[in-house]
Write a protein that binds this ligand. Structure first.
Ligand SMILES: O=C(O)COP(=O)(O)O
Length: 227
C-alpha cells in the first residue's frame, strides 16, 4: 500500500524522460573519440548506451570501438570536461514544462533521480530554467549506489519529506534501469514511452505508460488514488 495523505512526491528520471539529451551526449562522445583517432559512433548506438551513468556509457563505448579498457578513466575525464556545458542540442520533451507546472501548482513535491552526474544535471536544469521546481535532486555521483539500486530513489523521496523506511510517491522514467529501480523501491512506476528504452513496453515492469506529457498530471492523480 502506497497511500499518501498529502500530495505524493513525484520523482523524475532525466535523460530520455524529461530531456532528449542523446544528441549532445553523442556529439561529445565523438569529440573525445576523434581525439584518439577513433571513428565516430552513430546517434542510435550512443542513445542505446545511456541510462546507467557515465562510467557504464564509456565501458559500452570502449567495447563498441575496440579501445583498450585501460583508457576508460581518461575517456570519462575527457568526456566530463566537455559535457558539463554541452546543452545546445538538448531539448525538453514536448509539454514537459507545462506538466511540471501543473503538478507543482497542485502541490506535488517534485524531485529528480538520475544516473547523470550532479554537475551536468544541475547545468541542464538551469539551462531550461526549471531547477527551482525540484525540491530534491539526486545525481549519479550523489551517493555510492546508482539506479537500479533503490538507495538514490529512496534519497530523493526522503529529500521531499517521505518516510525513509516506507517511501511513498511515484517515479517517472523511461528505461529498464528506472523500472527496476522503482520495483526495488516499491513505488509505482510511470513509463514514458518515447525515451531510450530498448525493451518492448509490454515486457517492462510498470504501473502505467504515457507518450505525451499532457497526459501526465491526470495519470499521476489516478496512480496515487489507486496505489
Ligand atoms: O546514463 C546517464 O548518464 C543518465 O541517465 P538517466 O538520466 O536516464 O538516469
Amino acid at each position: 500500500m502506497n497511500t499518501c495523505f498529502a500530495p505524493c512526491p513525484v520523482v523524475f528520471d532525466l535523460d530520455g524522460t524529461l530531456i532528449d539529451s542523446a544528441p549532445d551526449i553523442h556529439a561529445t562522445v565523438n569529440v573525445v573519440l576523434r581525439q584518439r583517432n577513433v571513428p565516430p559512433l552513430t546517434l542510435d548506438q550512443v542513445r542505446g548506451f545511456i541510462g546507467g551513468g557515465v562510467d557504464l556509457l564509456w565501458r559500452r563505448v570502449i567495447a563498441a570501438t575496440g579501445l583498450p579498457v585501460e583508457a576508460h578513466r581518461d575517456m570519462v575525464a575527457a568526456f566530463m570536461a566537455r559535457y558539463e556545458d554541452a546543452n545546445a542540442l538538448t531539448r525538453l520533451y514536448p509539454n514537459v514544462a507545462d506538466a511540471l507546472s501543473v503538478l507543482a501548482d497542485r502541490g506535488y513535491p517534485l524531485g529528480i533521480c538520475t544516473n547523470k552526474p550532479l554537475g551536468p544535471t544541475r547545468a541542464i536544469l538551469d539551462h531550461f530554467g526549471i531547477t527551482g521546481l525540484f525540491g530534491a535532486i539526486i545525481g549519479g555521483d550523489s551517493m555510492p549506489q546508482k539506479k537500479p539500486d533503490a538507495a538514490p530513489l529512496r534519497a530523493a523521496f526522503t529529500g521531499l519529506g517521505a518516510d525513509p523506511h516506507s517511501p511513498k510517491g511515484v517515479y517517472v522514467g523511461d528505461s529498464e534501469f528506472d523500472a527496476e529501480c522503482a520495483a526495488n523501491t516499491a513505488v509505482p512506476f510511470l513509463l514514458y514511452t518515447r525515451g531510450y528504452r530498448k525493451t518492448p513496453i509490454g515486457q517492462m515492469l510498470h504501473t502505467a505508460n504515457f507518450d505525451d506529457y499532457g497526459q501526465l498530471p491526470l495519470l499521476v492523480e489516478e496512480t496515487v488514488a489507486i496505489s
